[in-house]
Structures are given as structure tokens and as C-alpha cells.
Design a binder for this molecule. Structure first.
Ligand code: HEM
Length: 385
């Protein structure tokens, strides 16, 4: 994908990917354009403002759950929903989780030590770490994490599934939440689900549909992103042994290393879809009202006009104004959490296993549209030679 984006940045920075019913889907690849689009209020999430929707008696659950997500709504609803959860994800609140995240990382590392032969860093570390953290924060039982993994995978790999399988999985997910909500309502705890249930009861700040959408969004965001920061980041380090050595010898470089991993192999390739509410001309191309625009964060983060030697992986890069967490009003809510998890993950892994090595030739990427992550990453933990 990177050579393709490089080519597009040069030749067709506003690229018409496809056309349907008179509307075009555009891919935007230059840093400056991505930034300017993501901050324009005229690129919106709510399609019903643009197209006359067919009247349906009842929108199916598997559609409704996405329409009500904060990530998929415009102001003023977006502001209201974000305000409800923002305090739980502020840097100050997140810092309090540090001791617990350190413990979780230690436990996972101890389990890895017990294994003979190569270990899959994704399954045994990069995946469980953020899942346990988000599960505890929300108050969903960690034992059920295989179920969440399946539902989450269904959502991000939608193109691989039939419509029926997709609907069935989302319905199972919602049904599971129904039971969980009942339990928490009867016996509230100190977790985010209990707090949001209380908000729903108290007034009109959060509707029932929005509550489901919020939890589904947080579970997916907590499942499918930080795992890729850790997995993609370790791959980048293995591909650049001199940078890996540098980091092992000086762990105070971890913070800039995390930022460089986010830039170099961005876990979210494209920002989610936005529709043009007004016509706009960009680099000689006319984006019409109703056209869909996909902004490539991966491409922007490798734009030679913004970064010196963008294809070079440099864990000391500074400044590093990548936009791996997006930009504008939908800027990632979980960024402080993801950064902390990434920092702890790299520090713990490299301290425990200073001779860590890649144990496969060419790790495979998962087949996902918006996200970039590995299927597995086989490693040897203690090869001294
Ligand atoms: C939004 C990236 C981790 C929760 C976003 C967006 C990006 C992003 C690019 C904006 C999408 C758009 O504008 O279309 C990442 C990356 C992560 C990460 C790279 C890890 C390395 C997390 C975590 C959580 C989270 C751990 C939650 C616990 C959210 C939420 C939004 C969001 C709720 C929607 C915000 C809004 O609409 O206002 N993330 N994310 N993210 N992210 Fe993350």
C-alpha cells in the first residue's frame, strides 16, 4: 500500500476510487489535504441530511447500532455523547491505571516465559493486554473475551462476512449486552457501564440506543487498535535491528518510539467515511455534494512534504506530528490510554526479553479495510546468538 500511496500523492492526490449513482468515492492522500478535510464541518457523518432515505418501519439493529455511535454522528449530538465519556479517558484519569496495566503486562510476560518454542506476540501479549484493560474499565467480564474478539472481528472484517452472519453476530453482541446491563442495573459497580446506565436513567443525555452504540464502539476501539500499535510497532523494530538495539539500550526513548511506530505503520489506515455537504474544489478535482471521502492517515503520515525521510523508521524522530489518532472533533478519545499501553508494552517486553527475535520470515497482514494489523507475529524470546 505504501508505494501505491506514494504514487497517488504525486500523481493524483485526490483520487476517484469509484462511482455509484452519480456520486464518487474519493481517496485523499496528502497530509495537508487530510488535515484540512478532517477539520471542515462541511464533511459530515449523517447521510440522511444528503439523501432521501427510504422510509423503513424499523431500522435493523445491526444498522442502528452504528448510526448512533459517537464516531458516526455530527454535532450537536457528537458533543453531547463525547462529553459523557471524555472525563473517563483524560490523561489524568488514565495515569491512575498505570499500576494495573503494569501488573497485567507482568502476568502476560510470566505466562509467555512458560512456553517452549516460538510465541505468538499477538495472541499472547498484544491482544490480551488492551482487552483486559478496556474490559476492566467498562466492567465487562474478561472471561468472555473470546466472544468479544469474534464480534469485533466480524465488524472490522465486514467484507469477509455474509450479511446474515454479520447481522447474527451483532444481534448476539446486543443480546449479551442486554443481560450484562440487567446485572449491572441490579447491582451497580464502580465501572463505566454502571455509570452510563445511571446517566440513561437520570435524564435525556443518553438514549437507550446510544448506550448500546457507545459500549459497542468502546469495545471495538479497545480491541482492534492498540493491538496493532504493539504488533506493528514490534514488526517495525524487528525490521530495523539498529533501532531495536537503540531502544533496548535506552528505554527512555520509548515515548518517541511509540510515536514513530504510530506514524510508520499506522494502526488505522483510513479515517472513517465522511460525506461532503457542500461542493468543494481540491487540487483541481470537484468533490460534489453527497460524495464520500476517505482520508488516508497512513499516507499522510508518510508524506514527504511533511516529514523528512518519511520512509525511514527513526525512534528518536522529533518533531513527529503524525495524525495516527485522526484530527478534529473525532480525534481519538482513547489516545492517552493507547499511548500508555504502548509505552508499557514495549518497556516490559524489551526489559524481560532483551534478546527477542522475529521467528518467521514475512508476517502476514490481516485483511481489513480501515485498519492495519498482523494476523500473528511469531517471536523467539531468548535467543542469545
Ligand atoms: C477515534 C485511532 C485506540 C476510542 C479514533 C480515530 C482514529 C483512532 C484515527 C478517528 C477516526 C475518524 O476520524 O474517522 C486510534 C489508534 C489507537 C486507538 C491508532 C491505538 C493505537 C483507542 C482506544 C480507545 C479508542 C484504546 C478506547 C478505549 C476511540 C473513540 C473514537 C476514536 C471512542 C471516536 C471519537 C469521536 O468520534 O469523537 N481513534 N485509536 N481508541 N477512538 Fe481511537
Amino acid at each position: 500500500a505504501y508505494p501505491f500511496f506514494k504514487d497517488l500523492r504525486k500523481t493524483e492526490p485526490v483520487y476517484p476510487l469509484s462511482k455509484e449513482d452519480g456520486n464518487t468515492t474519493w481517496i485523499v492522500t496528502q497530509y495537508e489535504d487530510v488535515l484540512s478535510l478532517l477539520k471542515k464541518p462541511s464533511f459530515i457523518k449523517d447521510q440522511s441530511k444528503l439523501f432521501s432515505q427510504q422510509e423503513e418501519d424499523e431500522t435493523p439493529l445491526e444498522v442502528k447500532v452504528f448510526q448512533n455511535m459517537m464516531l458516526d454522528v455530527d454535532p450537536p449530538d457528537h458533543r453531547r455523547l463525547r462529553k459523557l465519556v471524555q472525563p473517563h479517558f483524560n490523561p489524568k484519569t488514565i495515569r491512575k491505571l498505570e499500576p494495573r496495566i503494569l501488573d497485567i503486562a507482568d502476568d502476560l510476560i510470566n505466562e509467555m516465559r512458560k512456553k517452549d518454542g516460538p510465541v505468538d506476540l499477538i495472541d499472547d501479549f498484544a491482544f490480551p493486554l488492551p482487552i483486559i484493560v478496556i474490559s476492566e474499565l467498562l466492567g465487562v467480564p474478561v472471561e468472555d473475551r473470546d466472544k468479544f474478539r469474534q464480534w469485533s472481528n466480524t465488524i472490522v472484517s465486514a467484507a469477509d462476512n455474509t450479511q446474515e452472519d454479520f447481522a447474527a453476530d451483532i444481534n448476539d453482541f446486543i443480546h449479551y449486552l442486554d443481560i450484562l446491563f440487567e446485572e449491572r442495573q441490579a447491582d451497580p459497580r464502580e465501572d463505566l457501564i454502571s455509570k452510563l446506565l445511571q446517566t440513561r436513567e437520570e435524564g435525556d443525555l443518553l438514549s437507550n440506543d446510544e448506550l448500546y452504540s457507545m459500549i459497542v464502539l468502546l469495545i471495538i476501539a479497545g480491541h482492534e487498535t492498540t493491538v496493532n500499535l504493539i504488533g506493528n510497532g514490534m514488526l517495525a523494530l524487528f525490521e530495523h535491528p539498529e533501532e531495536l538495539d537503540k531502544l533496548i539500550n535506552d528505554l527512555s526513548l520509548t515515548e518517541t518510539a511509540v510515536e514513530e511506530c504510530l506514524r510508520y505503520y499506522s494502526p488505522v489506515d483510513f479515517s472513517t467515511a465522511r460525506w461532503a455537504e457542500e461542493e468543494l474544489t481540491l487540487r483541481g478535482r470537484t468533490i460534489k455534494r453527497g460524495d464520500l471521502v476517505l482520508a488516508s492517515l497512513s499516507s499522510a503520515n508518510r508524506d514527504e512534504k511533511k516529514f523528512d525521510n518519511p520512509d525511514e523508521f527513526d525512534i528518536t524522530r522529533k518533531p513527529n506530528s503524525h495524525i495516527a489518532f485522526g484530527y478534529g472533533i473525532h480525534f481519538c478519545l482513547g489516545a492517552p490510554l493507547a499511548r500508555l499501553e504502548g509505552k508499557i508494552a514495549f518497556q516490559k517486553l524489551l526489559t524481560a526479553f532483551p534478546h527477542i527475535k522475529l521467528a518467521e520470515k514475512r508476517p502476514e497482514w490481516r485483511n481489513m479495510f480501515l485498519l492495519r494489523g498482523l494476523k500473528q507475529l511469531l517471536i523467539k524470546l531468548n535467543t542469545e546468538s
